[in-house]
Design a protein around this ligand. Structure first.
Ligand code: ZN
Length: 202
């Protein structure tokens, strides 16, 4: 199983980090050892003083595929979840400055929080609302209509490079409002108003 993540997929978030608006999807991977499941706590790693939360819609691939056409991409998933792409922002900024890959800042243990999956059902995947609360205050609000690259376009793009396998996860990018977590914080994620996960920061 692999975790495919999309960077800068919401205009407001790209701009808040002073990045250009991408003309094609920005892709990075996390290993399966990054998963944080079952509302377990997140422990701030020693190598960072600035770990940020990034709430994201997550799609699980349910069929083997490569070179998938955008118009068929919707047949490759039927379940969605929320996740947090925890990011060591200080480390990422250093790596970006040096033109180096982001993995140390993005793919470390526990960096991929994942909620349980729910059926997409009749929902339009590009019309979903999700929010992240920190200590009861809303810090990030996302509407999937605002994605620069739709889920189906992402699947078409990445499947030109990577064979998609059953169980692969796609983290589809975060909206604006990313920020640091501190020991004692409690994060809670909501999809269409329904609580999907919580996470205590240790
Ligand atoms: Zn992200």
């Amino acid at each position: 199983m692999k975790i495919i993540c999309i960077g800068r997929n919401y205009r407001d978030h790209a701009l808040e980090l002073k990045n250009d608006i991408p003309t094609e999807p920005v892709i990075f991977l996390k290993p399966d050892s990054a998963l944080l499941l079952n509302n377990k706590p997140f422990f701030i790693p020693e190598f960072s003083n600035d770990v940020h939360h990034e709430i994201e819609l997550v799609v699980r691939i349910n069929k083997l595929g490569r070179h998938i056409e955008t118009k068929f991409a919707h047949t490759y998933y039927d379940e969605i979840a929320l996740g947090i792409d925890f990011t060591a922002r200080d480390l990422q900024n250093e790596l970006k400055k040096k033109g180096l890959p982001w993995e140390l800042a993005k793919a470390f243990d526990q960096s991929a929080l994942l909620s349980p999956f729910v059926a997409l059902g009749e929902h339009n995947i590009q019309d979903l609302h999700f929010t992240l609360e920190k200590n009861g205050q809303t810090v990030q609000t996302g509407h999937t209509a605002d994605m620069l690259f739709s889920v189906n376009e992402i699947i078409a793009f990445v499947s030109q490079y990577f064979t998609l396998k059953i169980g692969d996860l796609i983290y589809t990018g975060t909206p604006a409002g990313v920020g640091p977590v501190a020991i004692g914080d409690r994060l809670t994620g909501y999809l269409e108003g329904v609580e999907m996960f919580y996470c205590n920061i240790k």
